[in-house]
Design a binder for this molecule. Structure first.
Ligand code: GLU
Length: 618
């Protein structure tokens, strides 16, 4: 989680680091800090508990120096406090480190280093796992190693997934960085006589679009002119950077009050871009071009397993449904963090589809790794970040074209991952001959209406706001759906939890009688997802059962459905959609409801408490 930034060049590092941290605050925001080194090797470390603005307010005089690193934290070890905020220094004060990840064996390493600290009358300055890293490096330097060698040694001692950036007093014009165990990314940005470093692209975009993504096992030495990679398995080399095609405007909030709202509104565009060129009608084809899974592999698939976490898991549930219905082959979904620690039975003819917005979700990467090592099954990743670790692990990737998603609660990447799964289902069904050209045409024509369904759903914002205001004081919601809408009920409940801090349960409507109905009374509102479709009558029976317990019902159904609106207390109409496409018509409304509840409650929507985007720790 957490955001790391770095700068080395002729400008003053401090303001650049703070601006970079601001752009990465979605990755963690319980404390932040910077370390700036001046030409003579004097290091100033400034850090504060709380959001970045607390740090900014505390800096009365910007430290001088053209080299520095910064961090915005999502605490894993040690509560948020000034003391636990990064950067962390060695007891000698020479080595300064920021870290993303967890040092799993930090207790063991602390115990090992303790004797030396005791002998010198020194003590640990924080409760974090991080602090062992500068201490290890500093001890090895004192024993005569070079910085690169000490860093390589220290990294080799850490268990777990970690990304770090380091500065050292004796090298005031360099930053060092390393990445191990599929920790969240580190990207190096190339400027003109200056170099940048960040966990994620938004911090680099205002400065450069020429970048290099560090790979696992890379140890990077960055000065103002160059990046050198050192690895255990080859001679040091200067890697070739790539040009990224992203507009800095994509990361600006523009006229919107929150990034989440901006990204909800960007959904029709994100969907159209993701589908463009991948759903062709004449002749019909799905994912014909930029998709690398060989036709023979596609033809041989006997089962599909879709994995993900959080919102991506809900996309996986819907993907399973489409793969069964459209491609006509057995499919399942799994939570990546559970999958990893079971003994699932896969074979080489199972296709594993991993959905991960960032391409760096640690549990999903762990599951992909296991799939490769144990079964050698083919893998497809659906992600918004080209060049991310997941794209390197998978045999083929479907890159969503959403642009950076900054709001912590995923919105546009949810609908774009759905479109990607739909296309994949079409491609598999066609490759296996279960979908004729005509069937494929029908499916693709349907998919092409998705952007407009989403757009019309977004147009219901005002109605969502009215309903949200009416229920903004409720502390519980039950969200019911059946079939494909069950997954959306789960997603709606997740959104309520994430940004509105409302306890909400997503349930399969048929399951309600088996427990949750006991909770219902006048003060327990129920949101029912009830578009017209094969299970509509069963949904209305569930609604009757809820109403009989006097729980208020908010139904989201087809525009103009008077029968449904007469049955319930509050009704929000969405554009009618063919059965498999209801996720596109319903999603904006469930997002907007959660958004409006959070807004009415005055919550911090883009940075909800305890959460961070890009979950790179277990
Ligand atoms: N484990 C470190 C800490 O708790 C880093 C967490 C992060 O990735 O933000 O400070």
């Amino acid at each position: 989680m957490c955001g790391i930034v770095g700068y080395v060049g002729l400008q003053s590092a401090g303001p650049i680091l703070l601006e970079g941290l601001q752009r990465l605050e979605y990755r963690g925001y319980d404390s932040s800090g910077i370390a700036v080194v001046d030409r003579d090797g004097a290091i100033a470390v400034m850090k504060r508990e709380g959001k970045l603005r607390t740090l900014q307010a505390a800096i009365s005089e910007m430290p001088s120096g053209g080299t520095g690193i910064g961090h915005t934290r999502w605490a894993t070890h040690g509560q948020p406090s000034d003391r636990n905020a990064h950067p962390h220094a060695s007891s000698s004060g020479d080595v300064i480190v920021v870290q993303n990840g967890i040092v799993e064996n930090y207790r063991e390493l602390r115990a090992e280093l303790q004797q030396q600290l005791d002998a010198e009358g020194r003590s640990w300055q924080s409760e974090t796992d991080t602090e062992v890293i500068p201490e290890l490096i500093s001890r090895e330097l004192a024993a005569g190693r070079s910085i690169e060698s000490a860093l390589g040694y220290a990294i080799g001692r850490l268990r777990g997934a970690n990304a770090i950036a380091v500065v050292h007093r004796s090298q005031p014009d360099r930053i060092y960085a390393a990445r191990t165990g599929s920790a969240g990314g580190i990207v190096i940005g190339y400027g003109d006589g200056e170099m940048f470093l960040a966990s994620d692209l938004p911090a680099l975009l205002p400065h450069t679009t020429t970048v290099y993504h560090l790979e696992d096992g890379d140890l990077a030495v960055v000065d103002s002119e160059s990046l050198t990679i050192r690895r255990a398995d080859r001679e040091p080399y200067e890697p070739t950077p790539v040009q990224i095609d992203l507009d800095p405007v994509a990361i600006a909030r523009g006229p919107y009050r929150h990034f989440m709202l901006k990204e909800i509104h960007e959904q029709p565009r994100a969907l159209s871009d993701t589908i463009r060129g991948r759903a062709r009608l004449d002749p019909p084809s799905a994912l014909a071009d930029d998709f690398d899974l060989p036709e023979s592999t596609l033809r041989g698939i006997e089962r599909v397993l879709v994995i993900g976490m959080g919102t991506s898991l809900h996309a996986a549930m819907i993907g399973r449904w489409w793969i069964e219905q459209i491609a006509g082959i057995p499919a399942d979904f799994d939570n990546a963090s559970e999958f990893r620690f079971r003994a699932p039975l896969l074979g080489p003819s199972t296709l594993v589809v991993a959905v991960t917005q960032s391409g760096e979700t640690i549990d999903t990467l762990g599951a992909m790794n296991q799939v490769r090592e144990r079964w050698g099954a083919p893998q497809v990743v659906i992600t918004n970040v080209d060049g991310s670790e997941a794209t390197r692990q998978a045999d083929a990737a479907i890159i969503m074209r959403c642009g950076p998603e900054v709001g912590v609660a995923s919105t546009k990447t949810f609908v774009a991952s759905l479109a990607s799964l739909y296309l994949l289902a079409c491609r598999i069904g066609h490759a296996q001959g279960r979908l004729t050209d005509d069937d494929l045409t029908v499916q693709l024509e349907q998919l092409l209406t998705a952007p407009s369904l989403v757009e019309r759903g977004i147009a219901r914002a005002e109605r969502c706001s009215e309903v949200a205001q009416r229920f903004s004081e409720s502390s519980n919601f039950l969200v019911l759906g059946r079939g494909i809408e069950y997954a959306l009920a789960m997603e709606a409940a997740l959104k309520c939890k994430e940004i509105s801090y409302v306890h909400a349960e997503g349930y399969a409507a048929g399951e309600m009688k088996h427990g949750p109905i006991a909770l219902l009374d006048q003060g327990f509102p129920v949101i029912a997802l009830a578009p017209r479709g094969p299970l509509f009558d069963k949904m209305t029976s569930a609604i009757q059962q809820v109403s009989a317990r006097r729980a208020p019902v908010i139904a989201i159904g087809d525009e103009g459905d008077e029968e449904l609106s007469d049955l319930v207390d509050h009704f929000i109409g969405v554009p009618p959609a063919p059965a498999p496409l209801t996720p596109f018509s319903l999603t904006p409304v469930i997002q907007l409801l959660a958004y409006q509840i959070a807004l009415t409650r005055g919550l911090d929507i883009d940075q909800p408490r305890n959460l961070a985007k890009t979950v790179t720790v277990e």
